[in-house]
Design a protein around this ligand. Sequence first.
Ligand code: FEO
Length: 384
Amino acid sequence: MNANIKYIGCDDAEMDLFESQYVTPEGMCYNSYLILDEKIAVMDSVDPRKTGEWLQNLSAALDGRTPDYLIVQHMEPDHSGSLKAFRETYPNATIVASEKALTFMAQFNEGTDFGPTMAVKEGDTLSLGVRTLQFIAAPMIHWPEVIVTYCPEEKTLFSADAFGKFGVKDADPDDWACEARRYYFNICGKYGMPVTTLLKKASALDIQTICPLHGPILKGEQLAEALRLYTIWGSYGVETEGVLVAHASIHGNTKKAAEKLAEILQAKGAKKVVLADLCRDDMAEVIEDAFRMNKLVVCASSYDADVFPPMHMFLWKLKMKAYQNRTVGILENGSWAPSAGKAMRAILEQLKNVNIVEPTVTIRSSMKQADLPAMEALADAILK
Ligand code: FEO
């Protein structure tokens, strides 16, 4: 970074399932920073998996000095998991956090006295000497207690989880968006409105560097691109014109119909068609693609007078993440009493501004020549 702001975070290459739910083939990192001034501030701690390494990084960067403040921007344990160890090592440093974060601190650490502490809120500042920290409330990015911190003298925003990504810090240096998008829609996707509010606050600041709690430090073109994408993502806008065809197939016949539908869509001039197998693909990746594109076709087998569970999970997650402003088509399969279409529609109808096109295609056991006209009609309706 520079002589006065040092990176003291930790890579966790062995982390394979972040939050016990997201596969992380390139590991994860927990970022933390040290601001050296007349007073010294530490920006967040790290996951308890890396407490020892973090304390070593901190001690080395301090070079014999002692921290005056620990700024806690977010209380989720991947960042607050080393607070107790910090307090034991540096008993006199003041822990600075929102009122709510101080409440969470006590909830997570029964019996630990974290004093001295200082509660801060939107608009409060803390002078370190030459540098100032300005605190900005960022509720629901991604918990309610979150603050982000702007240092005007360094033109730097410490952005908490915002602008984070999966992977160790310098994984995919030329492709921030891929794992940042999967991270965003699965972790912050529900909170588009708070993200848009934060972007509005950020637009009033001169920001040349973003220091998130996960992923690389953003500057220059990469920073501009990250802001551009966050503006689309936060407003549930369309990043890529295209159709996601997501299927959940028990014995492969629904999958064959989905593949045929993708072929028809391509033949009719769809700009981009992506097929996703909800039984085998990473669900978080499919969720990301659903938000990335403007159109979706869901194809599923009927099951227990409902819909095959992998599709139910997918639609339930879309609902949970506030999927909206999209065009959706339905293809169901059923051998005796098709029920998947009705079950999928029941969830889709609960979503904001989702246009369900007709016809719903029903295939019986396997796709036949006679099904093609309805599939063509569905493709036409989706592409209209
Ligand atoms: Fe990286 Fe919401 O914790």
